[in-house]
Design a protein around this ligand. Structure first.
Ligand SMILES: [Fe+2]
Length: 135
């Protein structure tokens, strides 16, 4: 049985999938059961930051047209071909709206989610250290 919104990875080929409707079957890839990635919440001694941070900031105030913008970001995480943030996903509290942004290794892992919803939470997937959730 799969888990709704669970993110699964094939440890052989690297396929990553997310379940939108949970069924009774197992998710199989390359002939083996896919791994349900567990969600991590706390930074550890890795020395990089993985927990996504959601911040609302004021922009353009110096021009007299002050607006609010909301970003999900990660500080101090490598973005190299070998080790990078694959995507940031945000979801509302009701878990019926999702937005997702994918990153290439050379990009900065910042996602502008202005206007998405009240109190979103964010997930990010590091290709080396797995799945992390905002507080
Ligand atoms: Fe990492």
């Amino acid at each position: 049985m799969s888990v709704k919104f669970g993110i699964y990875k094939c440890n052989i080929c690297g396929n990553v999938v997310q379940v939108f409707e949970a069924g009774a079957g197992e998710l199989i890839c390359c002939g083996e059961e896919m791994e349900l990635l567990s969600t991590q919440y706390e930074e550890n001694e890795i020395g990089e930051k993985h927990v996504p941070v959601i911040d609302t900031v004021h922009e353009g105030c110096e021009t007299g047209v002050c607006t609010e913008a909301t970003y999900v970001s990660l500080n101090k995480h490598p973005m190299t071909k070998e080790h990078y943030i694959q995507f940031i996903e945000v979801m509302n509290q009701e878990k019926n709206e999702i937005r997702i942004k994918f990153f290439k290794p050379e990009e900065t892992p910042v996602y502008n989610i202005t206007g998405f919803c009240e109190k979103p939470f964010a997930l990010e997937l590091c290709n080396v250290h797995g799945l992390w959730r905002s507080k």
